[in-house]
Design a protein around this ligand. Structure first.
Ligand code: G3H
Ligand code: ZN
Length: 282
């Protein structure tokens, strides 16, 4: 199958009253496991590579991007490539020639006016290069250890501000702060469904939920019914992957061939992907 565009996958999901899931890729095994999980349930998926993952690869985008694109191209389900949580404009500009059809430009840490100005510039560039651009308003906590309480100022996206932000920046999708937080290892986040509905009614563009690993299945399904169209998931995969590595090595002190423990780890990751896709694509 050829690489699909994130725009198509979002549009198709939205038309069907579903969401599309975007899973974080850190290593080649993540990309392989995500696609294997999506194939198990026959559901389209987005492979997303974050700026932090690029930093992990020594600042080089192309090796992991090209590998992910190759995995996507041989998938039996539609797959697109998304560059996630980009703060560095130089990295943003590399997205055009690396197989990505969408980017998330993240200036959510900045004051409102600065967020608008930086995101507007990024959106102009993205549109000139045929990319869908997502941006964040209100801060989803949990990035780099910054934890906002669910009711702290800035932890929620204001609908009126969202309308102004979308008009001023020209972005195509909006990451909203509605109760989830990044990097949660328990599924205990509570979503504000009423706020999601107000945001959906206020802005015409699709809403994106970040930090979805911490959201219980029922809340995820209800959030999608309320208006979420793209669901970002990372930590849940790492829990499954690292858990499988740990239990293999705990039981076997002699193995040195990494394939012995990476194989069950990739399979555990695929299983989590399949379970979460069943919820997301309901
Ligand atoms: O953009 C990536 C996601 O928001 C992942 O968040 O690791 O908490 O699932 P998570
Ligand atoms: Zn995120």
């Amino acid at each position: 199958m050829t690489l699909r565009s994130t725009d198509e996958l979002i549009t198709e999901a939205r038309a069907g009253g579903r969401a599309v899931a975007a899973f974080n890729v850190i290593t080649l095994e993540h990309a392989e496991g995500i696609v294997a999980g999506a194939e198990q349930v026959g559901v389209p998926v987005i492979l997303q590579i974050s700026e932090n993952a690029v930093k992990f690869h020594g600042g080089s985008l192309l090796p992991i991007a090209r590998a992910s694109a190759a995995v996507a191209q041989s998938a039996g389900v539609p797959v697109s490539l998304h560059l996630d949580h980009v703060e560095d404009e130089a990295l943003l500009r590399q997205a055009a020639d690396a197989g990505f059809s969408s980017v998330m430009f993240d200036a959510s840490h900045a004051e409102y006016a600065e967020n608008v100005e930086a995101t507007r510039r990024a959106a102009e560039w993205a549109h000139r290069n045929g990319l869908l651009i997502e941006a964040e308003l209100g801060q989803v906590g949990g990035k780099d250890g910054v934890h906002l309480g669910a009711h702290e100022p800035g932890a929620r996206t204001d609908p009126d501000e969202a309308v102004a932000y979308v008009a001023a920046t020209g972005v195509d999708a909006l990451a909203v702060a509605v109760g989830s937080s990044h990097a949660m290892t328990t599924r205990t986040a509570g979503l504000d469904f009423e706020l999601i509905e107000r945001l959906r009614d206020a802005v015409a563009i699709p809403l994106v939920l970040h930090g979805s690993s911490g959201v219980p299945d029922e809340a995820l399904a209800a959030g999608i019914r309320a208006g979420i169209v793209k669901v970002n998931i990372g930590t849940a995969l790492n829990l499954a992957y690292t858990g499988a590595v740990r239990s293999f090595l705990d039981a076997d002190a002699k193995t040195v061939d990494p394939r012995k423990f990476l194989k069950p780890a990739r399979a555990a990751l695929a299983e989590t992907v399949a379970q979460m896709l069943a919820v997301v694509s309901g």
